[in-house]
Every structure is written in structure tokens, then in C-alpha cells.
Design a protein around this ligand. Structure first.
Ligand SMILES: Cc1ncc(C[n+]2csc(CCOP(=O)(O)OP(=O)(O)O)c2C)c(N)n1
Length: 630
């Protein structure tokens, strides 16, 4: 079928099962081919082809609301809702978003990127539907990984209590981003092997009804039989106990099976949970064979072989550098324990896990829990290393504040993917952490200029025993600098002058240091002498160096790949104000007050005016202003 001709999912209503099967094949081929050049979430999407088609055939989107949890598996939905022709721009600048996006389609009724929100949002929609006396279905689709998130569990608790009509589709492929973990995963495992509990229950009910009534005694016995059957078939009965009608498990690649269960679900009053078993990567051998999570989300690959297209001998990846340095230090320090909220692969903790299995905890998609587990460990004089992406740390704001910082506990937070992350887009940009951490008492926050300083900072963090310490580091690879053999501590709160100068000073840290140096060199050629400071401690500031700089009375230009509001530049302004330097020229460059969509990091920096050229222009202006005043 010509996928480009699809405008909306209504055409599905008239297709037979064999035609739907052909359509599934066409969609799979399309995804495998297109994603080989753009990259994207291939595994999750290949797994939900039949499920997505079945949902759009059985329901009337957008009147019926289909919500995609995390949203990385919404590509088939995008194809069925008229967006196939945009797939060559997937996750690229101004192109098709890799997650649901209301601006793209009326069928995207809920935007996501962070996991485990779909059930809560669906509950809100169901409440609104009932208050407005409307008639529609609300259908959140949540993976077994996303179901481990605390929000999802909070929502189950509420939905089961309120008994609103809702059809929760549990897409169980036994994988999170990496293999799924946890007790809930084991419950699902038991359900998977338990067979068709619902049908057995209905059959029993039918049989019991046929027995002539001989009073309440038999009815009571019947109830007990039903209960024991429940326990016989599914030792967990987790969802039924929570107030859901549990349907399944059903083969998520079998249309007839899906239709039968979906139509049963539509007739059922109250919340239903339909347990659908799917195979991640279905139909593409390299992705189907993946047991670690490599094919969850990928860059470009060679379609025929499944080999990834990668640069030759790149500098060390930041995540690996940090995790491997922690691993090295853990050999000498038995107190070090690593914690990841579901990202062992992304955080490159596989090496640590294999060497120290008893000191490595993947806690599932549970950032809040991860932070407080780290706090608990620290109360017992352990040295927890919490490996977490900047964007997901947002989830654990209060745990970092209330549990870690307030109790001044020695937790080392490795903030991965700090700064712009590129193609994952606005839900994943790691640009808020400085603003939401800077005001937390006791916390040390730092960011290295390169991977060599990075390894010294990791060492510094593990040696530091005066409270919580966090190190930001970006997505991607280091600069390829020479690495020192021996690790050393960096005195807390000390900056470094990278280049001397007397006309203006640039204060920056991390990824923007090369840009600052380049701009300073261009300005040098224009006759300005520019000082560049590596402000590697975002908190505490190097107050001594700052005061000296203020006294020089030269314009100050701060750069941060993070939001300006409440950011590093703001802290410099605040300090100047506090110390009475009111008439200093201070200009701040950073992420403006808006959400930054997907694109390459360079394209995004260009869009928001954060290039070398922008720095040169703005410092020129500052310096001229200063000259005029003088
Ligand atoms: C709050 C949050 N933490 C971590 C992630 C990273 N992440 C993206 S997808 C995913 C796994 C989701 O697993 P599942 O829901 O089972 O979906 P599947 O990909 O297996 O279909 C994780 C951990 C996220 N998106 N949001």
C-alpha cells in the first residue's frame, strides 16, 4: 500500500485481516528503510505495528483518545494519521518530531517524552469526559517499562478507586530501554504464563449460573471458587485487586486476538487493563535479537546488516568516561554504590555492573526513588553514585532538595546529557538543571571543560565528604584531549583562567569553553584583549576570583548552555549586586525563556544565537559601550 496516500485512519475500517497483515508488512519495511538513514526508535515501533493498527481500527481517533506513554513508539500512529511523507525529516531540525506533537496532528492528544504520564493524563481526560457528559473512549498505551514509574502506580491507585471507564493497554515486551527490572516485572511474568484468566472466569460464571439456585450457600461457594480460580490462574492478580478488569494476556501481533479483546474491553464497565504481549523489534532480525537495548533507539544503520554507522575512533564518550572512572575508584573504595533509574546502557554502567554486581542497582524508571535510595545509602556512610540524565533529574527535584541536600548527605550525582541533546528535542533538553539546583543549600555543582578535567572531577566528587556534589556532563563525546595518568582533586569552588585579557572577560564552563576561546581569538584580531575563565564550579562561585574581576571594572560576558532564568549568569549578577558592583557591564548568553525543539545541537545553537559569531558581536557591543562611558 502507498503509505504516503494515507490521510487519516478511517480507511482501516474497511480492511480485512489479510489486508491489515499486508499493511503491517508495508509499515515495517517503511520504518526499517527510513530509520536506517535518520535513526530513531526502531525497536519499540516495530513492536507495536499490529497493536497501533488494531487500536485505530477499533476506535475513532481523535474523538476517542489514544495516549502514547513516553511517545517514542508513536511512529506507526504518525503514519496512520497522515505523516508518512515527513519521515525523511524525522527528529531533524524543523522536521517530524520523534514524539507525539499536538501541532502536527489532531490525533496527538497528549505530548510526551518523559515516561509514565499517560495514565494520569487519561484519568484527567476521563473525568472531563464524564463531567461534560460526552461519550468517548480513553485509551492510554503504556509499556511494561513505563509502568514501573511511580506516577503510573499512583495513577493505577486512583483509577482503580474511581472506577472511571478507561481502557489501559499494557504493551508488554519484557523490555524497558534495557531489560525491564523489578517486582512488578515479575508479576507481569506470572501473568504472561498464566493464560487467559478472563475467559476462564467468564466460563466458570456461566457454568455456575446454570446450576439451579439452592440458596445463598452455593452463591457464596461460587464466589469462593471464583476467587480461588483467580489465584490458581494468576498468582499476582495485581490489577484485579486494584479495581481493574484484567484482560489477556493477548498476542499483540495477532489481529483476531486483538479485535476480540478490544471489543470485549469496549463493552466492559469501569477501568480495563488489556495485557498485550509484543516483541520489540518484530520483523527486523538485528532488532528482534537484541537483548540489551541497543535497538531501542539508534542512529543511522546499514539496513542489510544492521551495522551502525559510526565515526571511526571517536574521543571517549562522556557517559563511559564518567562511569568507568567511578568503576576504577570503586576498586579501592568499597563504599561506592552505583544507582541508575532504568538507564544502565545509556549511562554506560555495564562495566561497573559486571565487576560489582552487588554494588549496582537499576531501580527501574523511578528517578525519585533512585535519589532517595542514594540518600539512604549515604546516611550509612556509603558513597552513592547516582547516574541520571539532566532531563530526568527534573523528576527528583524534591528528593534532591529534601532528602539529599537538606540532610547534607554525601551523594555524588552524575548529571548526564546536560545541555542541549539534539534530536530527542524539547522533552529531553538538559537545560534546566542549573536553575533548579543552584538554589539548593549545601550542593556543590560543577561542570568540566574536557574529559581530562572530567576524570579529576569524578575523583574530586568521590573524595568529597562535606555533602552532596553534582557533576554535569554533556551528551556525546569528549574533545580528545590527553588524559592524565594520576587523578587529583580540584579544590571546591575554584575557577581557572584559561586566557588573560584586560578589555572584557568571558565566564563560562563545559561545552561552551571552546566557543569562548574561539571568540576571544577572533576578538583579539579585532584589537580586543579578552580574558577567558573556566567557571567550572557553578556553585559555589569562585568568589575570590570574581571579586578581583569586578575590581578590574571590565565588561563581563557569561555563557551557559542552560536556561538563563536562574542560571549561572544570574548568580554572577546577584553576586555583583550583593557586593555593591552595580554599574558593571554584565551580559548573559544562554537558553532563552522557551522550549527548544529537535535538531542538531549546532542548528539549535544557531537558532538561539549562541555561536562564536554571536559572542563576538555581543562582546564588541559591550566593549564599545564601556569605551563610550570611559
Ligand atoms: C522519566 C523518564 N525516565 C527515563 C526515560 C528514558 N526511557 C525512554 S523509553 C524507556 C523505556 C520504556 O520502556 P517501555 O515503557 O516498556 O517501552 P518499550 O520501549 O519497551 O516499548 C526509558 C527508560 C524516560 N523517557 N522518562
Amino acid at each position: 500500500m502507498d503509505l504516503m496516500s494515507i490521510k487519516d485512519p478511517s480507511f482501516l475500517k474497511g480492511l480485512s485481516t489479510s489486508e491489515l497483515e499486508m499493511l503491517s508488512g508495508d509499515i515495517r519495511n517503511f520504518l526499517i528503510e527510513r530509520l536506517s538513514s535518520t535513526g530513531g526508535h526502531i525497536g519499540p515501533n516495530l513492536g507495536v505495528v499490529e497493536l497501533t493498527i488494531a487500536l485505530h481500527k477499533c476506535f475513532d481517533s481523535p474523538k476517542d483518545k489514544i495516549l502514547w506513554d513516553v511517545g517514542h513508539q508513536s511512529y506507526v500512529h504518525k503514519i496512520l494519521t497522515g505523516r508518512a511523507s515527513q519521515f525523511d525529516t524525522l527528529r531533524q531540525y524543523k522536521g517530524l518530531c520523534g514524539f507525539p506533537k499536538m501541532a502536527e496532528s489532531e490525533h496527538d492528544v497528549w505530548e510526551t517524552g518523559h515516561s509514565s504520564t499517560s495514565l494520569s493524563a487519561a484519568m484527567g481526560m476521563a473525568i472531563a469526559r464524564d463531567l461534560k457528559k460526552e461519550n468517548s473512549y480513553v485509551i492510554p498505551v503504556i509499556g511494561d517499562g513505563a509502568l514501573t514509574g511511580g506516577m503510573a502506580l499512583e495513577a493505577l491507585n486512583h483509577i482503580g478507586h474511581e472506577k472511571k471507564n478507561m481502557i489501559v493497554i499494557l504493551n508488554d515486551n519484557e523490555m524497558s530501554i534495557a531489560p525491564n527490572v523489578g517486582a512488578l516485572h515479575n508479576v507481569l511474568g506470572r501473568l504472561r504464563t498464566a493464560g487467559k484468566y478472563q475467559w476462564a472466569k467468564d466460563e466458570l460464571e456461566y457454568l455456575l449460573k446454570k446450576i439451579p439456585a439452592v440458596g445463598g450457600k452455593l452463591a457464596a461457594t461460587a464466589e469462593r471458587v471464583k476467587d480461588s480460580l483467580k489465584y490458581l490462574f494468576v498468582s499476582g492478580v495485581f490489577f484485579e485487586e486494584l479495581g481493574f478488569t484484567y484482560l489477556g494476556p493477548v498476542d499483540g501481533h495477532d489481529y483476531e486476538n486483538l479485535f476480540e479483546n478490544l471489543s470485549y474491553a469496549k463493552k466492559t464497565e469501569g477501568p480495563v487493563l488489556l495485557h498485550v504481549i509484543t516483541k520489540k523489534g518484530k520483523g527486523y532480525q538485528p532488532a528482534e535479537n537484541d537483548t540489551v537495548g541497543t535497538w531501542h533507539g539508534t542512529g543511522p544503520y546499514k539496513m542489510e546488516t544492521g551495522d551502525f554507522v559510526k565515526p571511526v575512533n571517536p574521543p571517549p564518550a562522556w557517559s563511559k568516561l564518567v562511569s568507568e572512572t567511578v568503576r576504577k575508584l570503586a576498586r579501592k573504595d568499597e563504599r561506592i554504590v552505583a544507582i541508575t533509574p532504568a538507564m544502565p546502557v545509556g549511562s554506560k554502567l555495564e562495566g561497573f555492573a559486571s565487576e560489582f554486581p552487588e554494588r549496582m542497582y537499576d531501580v527501574g524508571i523511578a528517578e525519585q526513588h533512585a535519589a532517595t535510595v542514594a540518600a539512604g545509602l549515604a546516611t550509612q556512610k556509603m558513597k552513592p553514585f547516582l547516574a541520571i540524565y539532566s532531563t530526568f533529574l527534573q523528576r527528583a527535584y524534591d528528593q534532591v532538595l529534601h532528602d539529599i541536600c537538606r540532610q547534607n548527605l554525601n551523594v555524588f550525582i552524575g548529571i548526564d546529557r546536560a545541555g542541549l541533546v539534539g534530536s530527542d528535542g524539547e522533552t529531553h533538553q538538559g537545560v534546566f538543571d542549573i536553575a533548579f539546583l543552584r538554589h539548593m543549600p549545601n550542593l556543590v555543582l560543577m561542570m568540566p571543560k574536557d574529559e581530562n578535567e572530567g576524570q579529576h572531577m569524578v575523583y574530586t566528587a568521590t573524595q568529597y565528604d562535606a555533602g552532596p556534589i553534582a557533576m554535569r556532563f554533556p551528551r556525546g563525546n569528549g574533545l580528545g584531549v590527553t588524559m592524565d595518568e594520576n587523578l587529583k582533586t580540584i579544590p571546591i569552588g575554584t575557577w581557572e583562567v584559561l586566557k588573560k585579557g584586560h578589555d572584557a572577560a568571558i565566564l563560562t564552563f563545559g561545552t561552551t569553553i571552546p566557543m569562548a576561546m574561539e571568540a576571544a581569538n577572533v576578538l583579539e584580531k579585532q584589537g580586543y584583549s579578552i580574558k577567558v575563565i573556566n567557571a567550572r564550579f557553578i556553585k559555589p562561585l569562585d568568589e575570590k576570583m570574581l571579586l578581583e574581576l569586578f575590581k578590574e571594572n571590565i565588561p563581563i560576558f557569561t555563557i551557559e548552555e542552560a536556561v538563563l532564568q536562574g542560571g549561572f549568569g544570574s548568580s554572577v549578577l546577584e553576586f555583583a549586586q550583593e557586593k555593591g558592583f552595580h554599574h558593571l557591564e554584565i551580559d548573559r548568553m544562554g537558553i532563552p525563556d522557551q522550549f527548544i525543539e529537535h535538531g542538531s545541537v549546532d542548528e539549535l545553537l544557531e537558532e538561539i544565537g549562541m555561536t562564536t559569531n554571536d559572542v563576538v558581536i555581543r562582546i564588541n557591543k559591550l566593549a564599545r559601550k564601556k569605551q563610550k562611558r570611559a
